[in-house]
Design a binder for this molecule. Structure first.
Ligand code: NAD
Ligand code: UD1
Length: 336
């Protein structure tokens, strides 16, 4: 089976490409390298013995995209490519709508034109917004309290995919709603390496560990949670990558939606503690004001994915911290 992976040099995409190649899939990567580096292709080769064909193409360029489909006979697409900085999306909403939604329209048009009908899409727990209970189930209503243009792009893309699958009975769509991806490949050769300023917790933890910033700012310790800091469902990126293989194996006509999370909630202070324990050194941190828009707690009900996809997380927080530290030491030349 030949898979086109958009965003395949990015954080989650690259880990998924490794799992796909190891499972015997033929993979081609499309990425515009806006938030990733071409050297990831060499790393994938080092890990798997296979260097996937690479298309340095922007998905907004419909003509170039058609060229990619013209030459290849894809069986399915895994669509990771997109912008993901929540704060930036509030400042530049049109960029986010154009890049995320516009790109996906181009992609779906190409898929229709070239008769490719299988797609797995990277969505986010953010589409649930705020719910009455913190454990999110796929049957909950989405799109009511989404807090950022980034979140809305995920919601609109989900809707588009559902509508396309309704209009064209050949389509097989799986939407994966990720919770909080963390960790790195156990080899220490692949990990999260965004261009520019990070947004999420772990990239900041990594910068503190390497001395690039002096201490981690914890956004609030007065939430109604056991230690006062927010609770999230952190999922190891290798477990997440394997979730995509499970999704590919279970594609079926119409649209399926799955949460990919561990079902466990971990606080910011617990992350700091776990990282400190694995590194053997207390991670410097301070409590600062809450960040606007943060919810005290949310985590996945992952039972649907376990039941239908035969997938569940196998790695925990300590594994994610160990692999992150290994990655910093091996690939970024850091002393920790
Ligand atoms: P990432 O930024 O590492 O990877 C995304 C890749 O897409 C990058 O390599 C970037 O260069 C590429 N890209 C962006 N716009 C493009 C365009 N127009 N044309 C071609 N390539 C383009 O991000 P990631 O963490 O690997 O996330 C992958 C997907 O998962 C994204 O869609 C993201 O929204 C979604 N997601 C991520 C998280 C998370 O916390 N990392 C959580 C939920 C959902
Ligand atoms: C954020 C996004 C969400 C997106 C998700 C995964 C917001 C409001 N939400 O969620 O839409 O789907 O990332 O990409 O941005 N924290 C600190 N200090 C830091 C960074 C984070 O204390 O320097 C805390 C946050 O307050 C939060 C937790 O760490 O409690 C996790 O933060 P983050 O990694 O940004 O993820 P989410 O807030 O879950």
């Amino acid at each position: 089976m030949k898979i086109l992976v958009t965003g395949g040099t990015g954080y989650i995409g690259s880990h998924t490409v490794v799992e796909l190649i190891e499972a015997g899939y033929e993979v081609e990567i499309l990425d515009n390298l806006y938030n990733s580096q071409k050297s990831v292709l060499d790393t994938i080769e080092e890990l798997t013995g296979v260097k996937p064909k690479f298309h340095e193409v922007d998905l907004r360029d419909a003509e170039a995209l058609a060229g990619v489909f013209q030459d290849s006979n894809f069986d399915a697409v895994i669509h990771f490519a997109g912008l993901k900085a929540v704060g930036e999306s509030v400042e530049k909403p049109l960029e986010y709508y154009e890049n995320n939604v516009g790109s996906t329209i181009n992609l779906l048009e190409c898929m229709q034109e070239f008769g490719v009908h299988k797609i797995v899409f990277s969505s986010s727990a953010t589409v649930y917004g705020e719910q009455d209970t913190p454990q999110y189930v796929e049957t909950m209503t989405t799109g009511v309290t989404i807090s950022s243009p980034y979140g809305w792009t995920k919601y609109f893309i989900e809707r588009m995919l559902m509508d396309v699958a309704k209009s064209d009975p050949d389509f097989e769509v799986t939407i994966l709603r990720y919770f909080n991806p963390v960790g790195a490949h156990p080899s220490g050769l692949l990990g999260e390496n965004p261009n520019g300023k990070p947004n999420n917790l772990m990239p900041f933890v990594m910068k503190v560990a390497t001395g690039e910033i002096p201490e981690l700012s914890i956004f609030g310790n007065d939430y109604p949670t056991p230690d006062g800091t927010c609770l999230r469902d952190y999922i190891h990126v290798v477990d997440l990558a394997k979730g995509h293989l499970a999704a590919l194996n279970h594609l079926q006509k119409g649209t399926q939606v799955y949460n990919l999370g561990s079902g466990k909630a971990t606080s910011v202070l617990e992350i700091v503690k776990a990282f400190s324990e694995v590194s053997g050194r207390l991670l410097p941190h301070k409590i600062v004001a809450r960040r606007a828009g943060d919810l005290p707690e949310f985590f996945a009900d992952p039972s649907k994915a376990e039941r239908d996809l035969d997938w569940k997380t196998e790695l925990g927080i300590a594994d994610a911290m160990r692999d992150t530290i290994n990655y910093l030491q091996k690939s970024r030349g850091m002393e920790i």
